[in-house]
Design a protein around this ligand. Sequence first.
Ligand code: ZN
Length: 430
Amino acid sequence: MTLFLRDVTFYDWRTERLLRGDLLVDNSPHGSLRATADPPPAGATVIEGGGRLAMEGLTCGHHHLYSALARGMPAPARAPRNFAEILAGVWWRLDRCLDLEMVRASALAAAVDCLRCGVTRVIDHHVSPNAIAGSLPAIAAALEEVGLSHVLCYELSDRDGPAAAAAGLDETAAYLASGRPGLVGLHASFTVGDELLAAAVALAAKHRVGLHLHVAEDIVDQERCLADHGRRVVEHLAEHGVLEQRGSLLVHCLHLSPDERELVRRSGAWVVHNPESNQNNGVGALHWDGLDPARVLIGTDGLHGDMLRSMRAAFLSGQAQGGLAPALAWQALWTNQRYLERHHPAAARRNDVVLFDYLPPTPLQENNVSAHAMFGFDARHVRTVIAGGRVVLEDGRLTGLDEAAVMQFCQEQARRLWEALDQPAPKGRP
Ligand SMILES: [Zn+2]
């Protein structure tokens, strides 16, 4: 059924124009969204906008849905003192305990969080080394239940031994062969050996997709790459053909030399900026110099699902580095969607709409939307969300599922997960 949004102020990110009037949302799978001067067609569902701000659904450029059940989890016995210890003591300790039910719960919890923030499309980076087979379809199903479109990948790594690496390749190959939008995921160069890296690039080439990996998130990535391979991370990745794969996502890119920046800029690869995660881990800040700003996406790195918050953090982090125009952070937020349209059209739904309950105290104009985004409207104003042409959040309530029941299920899985932490691994498990 067609949806008709009456009387909205629609921000069109493609033209950077504000359109005041009515919108028609076609809810077919690859449906469209367009302004109309006609009355609602017969049978259309009419939503009253009351002049309020509307825009396309937002996209998360880099998520780790699997981390959703980590919130408040028991701390490691010894507090991590650096990035390597954060990985080993928090994330790898957690991901080894995930089973498919916990994976599903994580995806549901994170998807609801996204939706409530107006985020309707997610690029995810998943890992669960003891529950690999079937993990990507399980995540896809959970996201679709909530209403999100997605680009998924499995994080390949040698850190859990050859069986886990082989199973990760199998899961990736099966998922890409199914025709769903995906990428070939890798953890980071310092946990991926040459053989696995070559296999990952070959798989990406076969399916004509990009790779999705953490790059120079911490200086340790550069130090180990220099020690192991005698060259810097981006040079190492370039020699293996990672940058040649169209649509590759290089996540973080904090510790790059000028030559590496040049390599990234000249390639077709995209950079994903995760400002809050960088601050949370104390790994440094992104320097935009030498990068192509039109190929910088923004992600949450699994901290949460709120892209407006991450976009503000990108702006503030840029300001702290000496200055970043609000318009540049605002543009990066929409680069996420431009990336999807170019490389994963099946996930780039154009009939996703967010309606904000935002009554601006100052004029909202075409030349100051980014300032309102930085200092005015945010996730608390998200009132109604249309995803794939159907209303999934209506006046703040999820329409397709019982949120309290879903969160109860997530709590049960979180308890199971937390109990499994620090238990001796069953035989056969790393
Ligand atoms: Zn990440």
